[in-house]
Design a protein around this ligand. Sequence first.
Ligand SMILES: Cc1cc2nc3c(=O)[nH]c(=O)nc-3n(C[C@H](O)[C@H](O)[C@H](O)COP(=O)(O)O)c2cc1C
Length: 217
Amino acid sequence: MVDFEEVVLQRHSTRLFLRDKPVPNELVTEALALATRAPSNSNIQPWQVVIASGPARDRLVEALLAEADAGAPRVPVLPPEFAHFRRDLGSLVYGAMGVPRHDAEARRLAVRRNWEFFRAPMAGIVCMHRDLDFVDSLGVGMFLQTFLLGLTARGLGSCVQVSIAGYPDTVREQLGIGPDMRVLCGIAIGYPDPDFPANAVHVPRNALDQNVVFLQS
Ligand SMILES: Cc1cc2nc3c(=O)[nH]c(=O)nc-3n(C[C@H](O)[C@H](O)[C@H](O)COP(=O)(O)O)c2cc1C
C-alpha cells in the first residue's frame, strides 16, 4: 500500500513518455475501477472514457496532428486576470525543455506534441453527456483525479489535456464518439521519459490563503 500523501505529492504532469514501453491494460483497468468510487451528483457517474492504444491511438494522433498543422484548436481562452498563470507555467515548463522564450518555431513544435499525447502509447478521451450541467463536470473531475492518483501509484505518468478537446470533431470521428457526448479533455498515459528535464518539474501552488478563507465569527 503506497502512502496516500506521497502519491498526491508525486503526481504531476508528464510531457514526454517512453513511446515503446507499453502500458499494461490491467494497471489502467485497476486505476479506472478505483476512480469509479468518486462521488457524483445523484450517483449519475457522468464520466465516459475512451482509452485508445495501438493502431486506434496512432490513427487518432495522425488525424489530430493534421488538424493542428491546418489550424488553431478551439480551446477556451483564459480571462485576462488568469493569463499570468499560463505565462508562469509556460516559462517553467518550456524553460525546462530548453525552449527559448521568443523562439516561436521551437515553442510551436513543443506545443504540437500535445496532439501526439506527448508520445504516450495510451490515449484517453474523457467525455460527459451534453445534457448534463457544469455541476456534473465536478463528478468527472473527481473521477479524473482519482484515476490520475491510481496511475501514479502504479508507476505510470499522465497528463490531462484540454488541447485534445480543441478538435472535438476529429476525436469523435476517429473514436466513434456520438454527438450526444461533450469531449472534455484528453489524457496521455504511459511511462515518463526519465531523460526529459521537463518531466521533473513540480509546478508550485498558491499559498493556501489566496484560495481559501476561514470565517469563524
Ligand atoms: C483540465 C486540464 C486541462 C489541461 N490541459 C493541458 C494541456 O492541454 N496541455 C498540457 O501540457 N497540460 C495540460 N494540463 C496540465 C496542467 O498544466 C497542470 O495540471 C498544471 O500546470 C499543474 O501541474 P501538475 O499537473 O504538474 O501538478 C491540464 C490540466 C487540467 C486539469
